[in-house]
Design a protein around this ligand. Structure first.
Ligand code: FES
Ligand SMILES: [Fe+2]
Length: 348
């Protein structure tokens, strides 16, 4: 499936962000994940639960049911399913039909995020999750803002490619990102490790722009600023990076933009952004500003990738693809993703 050379659109042996913790309550939350309707709620003890969202009795959407104790009750004929997915009650009979159960998805709740494992339950290894702590999440000494979730009419791979080629900042975001006009002209370096791939741009001696002046009020000299795009798996890309005083070389701070991607289906995705910073932790106005800026910047990316998705869906003959030097990182990530997906089909 474009832009990948494999049929299966996404890997399944994978953790993804299903929801913000704050979205999940004693009410049922409906969310499509990898093409499957899923319902998410909390038990009486507060533990998050994710179950398949279609009733196996007559295919009624369970999101129209309700939570009873720790179980979910179908809104059509009242079958009840426990938090582990087993059917516990069928009205007007004593036993339950054989094999009456819902798929229960392994979840991990951490740093205000609910992660879902979409592969076989035996593979749900927490160590396969990205290291959130190192990115500034779940720590006292960093500030975090959770930006509103957006559901986008485009395949998740288009967002991966958008984020890995930040030269688009100069063109799409020239009105909304300070110093954005410089990004495309900064040379790119690709740094690969086993678990990540970073497309790195190092801005040198950048004059203070209004955003930097607000973030670092004591700063008068120019800054060196990193514009990283780090692929940490199909579920997470980090952009942003460290900023230094250009004269002393001293670290001023790190500003990360954490982009969580979850395929809703083959051509739709959920997009959650968290911003984290290592400086000005006691200055909430810096976070408020990130949220306001994000609300202007994000629709520009969404509009671009939804436009590409419409081209792909139109059935038009695509021109033979060309790539530029700047695409090296994105092309390597395509290969990584293809290898990941292929390895799963060999497992079966
Ligand atoms: S469809 Fe759910 S109980 Fe009948
Ligand atoms: Fe963008």
């Amino acid at each position: 499936m474009y832009p990948l050379s494999v049929e299966q659109p996404y890997p399944r042996q994978q953790w993804w962000v299903a929801a913000y913790s704050s979205e999940v309550s004693r009410e049922l939350l409906a969310r499509d994940i990898l093409g499957e309707p899923v319902i998410i709620y909390r038990t009486e003890a507060g533990e998050a639960v994710a179950l398949a969202g279609i009733c196996p009795h007559r295919a009624f959407p369970l999101s129209k049911g309700c939570v009873v104790g720790d179980a979910v009750q179908c809104g059509y004929h009242g079958f009840q399913f426990r938090a582990d997915g087993e059917c516990q009650h069928v009205p007007s009979q004593t036993g339950v039909p054989q094999n009456a159960r819902l798929r229960a998805y392994p979840l991990i709740e951490d740093a205000g995020l609910i992660w879902i494992w979409t592969g076989g339950p035996d593979g749900a290894d927490p160590s396969l999750m990205p290291d959130l702590h190192s990115l500034g999440l779940g720590r006292e000494d960093w500030a975090v803002e959770q930006h509103p979730l957006a559901t986008v009419g485009a395949r998740y791979t288009l967002l991966i490619e958008n984020l890995l080629d930040l030269s688009h900042v100069t063109f799409i975001h020239h009105r909304t990102i300070p110093a954005g006009e410089k990004v495309a002209s900064i040379p790119v370096e690709v740094i690969e490790t086993e678990s990540s791939l970073t497309v790195q741009r190092r801005g040198e001696n950048l004059p203070l722009n209004p955003l930097l002046a607000l973030q670092f009020p004591q700063q008068s000299a120019a800054v060196h600023q990193h514009f990283d795009a780090e692929y940490l798996g199909p579920c997470l890309i980090r952009t942003g990076g460290a900023m230094y005083d250009a004269v002393s070389g001293q670290l001023l701070g790190v500003q990360n933009y954490l982009h969580f991607l979850t395929p809703a289906g083959p051509s739709r995705l959920h997009y959650l952004v968290n911003t984290t910073r290592s400086f000005g932790v006691d200055r909430p106005e810096l976070g408020d500003m990130q949220v306001v800026m994000g609300a202007k910047i994000q629709p520009e990316d969404i509009e671009a990738i939804e436009a590409i998705e419409q081209v792909l869906q139109s059935g038009a003959t695509l021109p033979r693809g060309i790539s530029a030097r700047v695409d090296t990182g994105a092309l390597k990530v395509r290969r990584r993703l293809e290898v990941q997906i292929r390895s799963e089909s060999q497992d079966i």
